[in-house]
Design a protein around this ligand. Structure first.
Ligand code: N01
Length: 533
């Protein structure tokens, strides 16, 4: 193994969230020297940056946790069914300390460029402090939703109030007491933050361009009894989890919405609704693929919203017109109820376009809204945004950003042709955001660990994706996506929230078990589609 000398390492990992931490641990336990760079002041990735009011996971706590260490599973106790952000961050700090990872991480350090040096078969990495590092392997653990997006609103710099982005929230407490606040956006972040901001602010305007479907989370404290029960059968639960398309949630129903009569259909929806959160999408197998089946799910949710929202005009504005699931659905606690509050007003940004900012607020083509503070819950340049920010240059001067200008191209979402010994954790082309992220991360880290072992044990220098395998995989990813309704609206899976981004469905939607099966078969066939030299 390479000496940890003169900034030279066996492996460099970019990012210290769930993915970067486990990758660092994996390399370390394989006896490799590893350096990890993290832009934040501490570990946590997504859970370090997204500190907005109400931020919590919508995958159950035990499912959204590492399974690689039995000891870790037993010593950590989650307090709620869905963990709040501070608790997940605490967990990741615990992981970093427990596995002695902190000494490998340089914090407050951004990787600005990474270039493959053909002559020395190594990656040259440059940080924002202009330091250079070299490594045989480079792993991007930069996350799928970490590059924040603030739309280019006219006059934003003139606004004299405070502005926030949910994905880059201050570390000091923020108070909206006595203030008039505007929240822009109605995706998952807004749907979690809005009810809490509404309780504190004097007046809240929610600027909604597209309503989204939301299902109550039914969050609750995790009792000692429940927690002990989970701990007593972790292995069994995790095995079962790997068989589920989302690698989480409750087992989906295999029936079509039309295999049953209307009464049974409603009872089934009620059953899945009562489970809470995204499990609802598993009520019938054809919700994601058949518009008529999807419409039955829509009607059920609409009926639920109608029972909550009192003002009919507001109610009508809150009902989405896209297929359930096309935009990533949300899981909420009291979102629709918030619109019954006298201090909350829904602004339909489709009816009255946001023209821009003035010194004192937001201007639509109907009126000016005077605001003390604006919260941008406007999402992320998903999946490729964080990779694009690093100038990654592979063989023959090929820039990753250039290679991907018509959409990301990977093989299995872990590698891309022309970039030897370069790995992406939960990259485009893998289930990633369409399944439990922690399961996807563990799967990729384990795979990368095994692949690197294979290289080292066989005395190879490089592993590289074969272009033909990549082309076939990209076609397959598109083909599977086109069989669903997920390509029928504007969503960040397609990059359509970012002006100018090519409209390409980025994650693999075939489900985690199918993906894992394919990856396993590829390894067993001698890493078909990868060339070792
Ligand atoms: O971002 P989003 P997010 N003018 O992209 C609106 C994960 N997550 O941060 O739909 C006006 O979903 C935009 O409107 P439209 C989860 O995977 C998970 O909320 O483009 N509005 C939309 O309403 C999630 O999907 C959790 O018309 C503008 C909103 O901003 C992903 O992160 C919690 C606009 C952006 O919604 C991203 O969620 C939070 C403009 N110019 C996040 N530009 C949990 O685990 C954008 N918008 C629970």
């Amino acid at each position: 193994m390479t000496e940890e000398l003169a900034n030279k390492f066996d492996a460099i990992v970019v990012g210290a969230g769930f993915a970067g931490l486990y990758m660092t641990h994996k390399f370390k336990s394989q006896g490799l020297s590893v350096k990890t760079f993290e832009a934040g002041e501490g570990v946590g990735g997504t859970w370090y940056w997204n500190r907005y009011p109400g931020a919590r996971c919508d995958v159950e706590s035990w499912e959204y946790s590492f399974g690689f260490s039995n000891e870790l599973e037993q010593e950590w106790t989650w307090s709620e069914r869905y963990s709040p952000q501070p608790e997940i961050l605490k967990y990741l700090n615990h992981v970093a300390k427990k596995f002695n990872l902190l000494g490998h991480i340089s914090f407050n350090t951004k990787v600005v460029s990474s270039e493959y040096d053909e002559q020395h078969a190594a990656w040259e990495v440059t940080t924002n402090s202009r330091e250079n590092y070299k490594a045989k392997y480079l792993v991007m653990a930069t996350g799928c939703l970490s590059s924040t997006n603030i739309p280019d609103f006219r006059g934003l710099d003139d606004f004299s109030g405070k502005t926030f982005h949910t994905g880059n929230w201050p570390h000091q407490p923020v108070s909206f007491k006595g203030q008039t606040v505007g929240v822009v956006g109605t995706g998952s972040s807004s749907i979690q933050a809005t009810p809490i901001i509404a309780e504190e602010a004097e007046k809240l305007f929610v600027f909604q361009r597209t309503p989204n479907w939301s299902i109550p989370a039914h969050n609750e404290p995790l009792t000692k009894k429940k927690s002990d029960e989970i701990k007593s059968k972790y292995q069994e639960l995790r095995k079962f989890q790997l068989k589920l398309p989302l690698a989480a949630q409750k087992a989906p129903n295999r029936q079509s919405a039309f295999d049953v009569n209307e009464q049974t259909r409603l009872e089934t929806y009620e059953k899945y609704w009562n489970i809470g959160g995204l499990s609802f999408l598993g009520a019938f197998r054809d919700i994601p693929t058949n518009p008529e089946a999807n419409a039955t799910a829509k009607n059920f949710i609409i009926d639920k919203i109608k029972r909550v929202v009192k003002n009919e005009t507001v109610l009508n504005k809150l009902i989405p017109d896209h297929h359930v699931g096309c935009k990533r659905p949300c899981s909420d606690t009291g979102y629709y109820e918030t619109f019954n509050r006298p201090n909350v007003e829904l602004v339909d940004a489709r009816e009255e376009d946001i023209i821009g900012f003035t010194r004192s607020g937001i201007c639509t083509n109907a009126k000016e809204y005077k605001l003390d503070a604006v919260v941008f819950a406007t999402g992320f340049d998903a999946m490729t945004g964080s990779l694009d920010k690093v100038n990654i240059i592979g063989r023959n001067g090929l820039r990753l950003k250039k290679k991907w200008e018509e959409g990301p191209k990977t093989y299995l979402g872990v590698g891309t042709a022309g970039f030897p010994n370069f790995f992406i954790i939960t990259g485009p082309g893998s289930p990633s955001v369409l399944a439990n992220m922690v399961v996807g991360i563990e799967h990729h880290v384990n795979w990368i660990g095994e692949c690197v072992k294979h290289i080292e044990e066989n005395g190879y220098t490089n592993v590289e994706v074969i272009k033909e395998a990549e082309d076939n995989w990209v076609s397959h990813v598109n083909e599977v996506a086109n069989r669903t309704l997920y390509t029928t609206c504007n969503n960040w899976y397609l990059g359509s929230n970012i002006p100018g981004k090519p409209r390409v469905f980025m994650p693999y939607i075939g489900g985690f078990p199918k993906y894992a099966e394919k990856v396993k078969a590829i390894v067993e066939s001698g890493y078909k589609g990868f060339a070792f030299s």
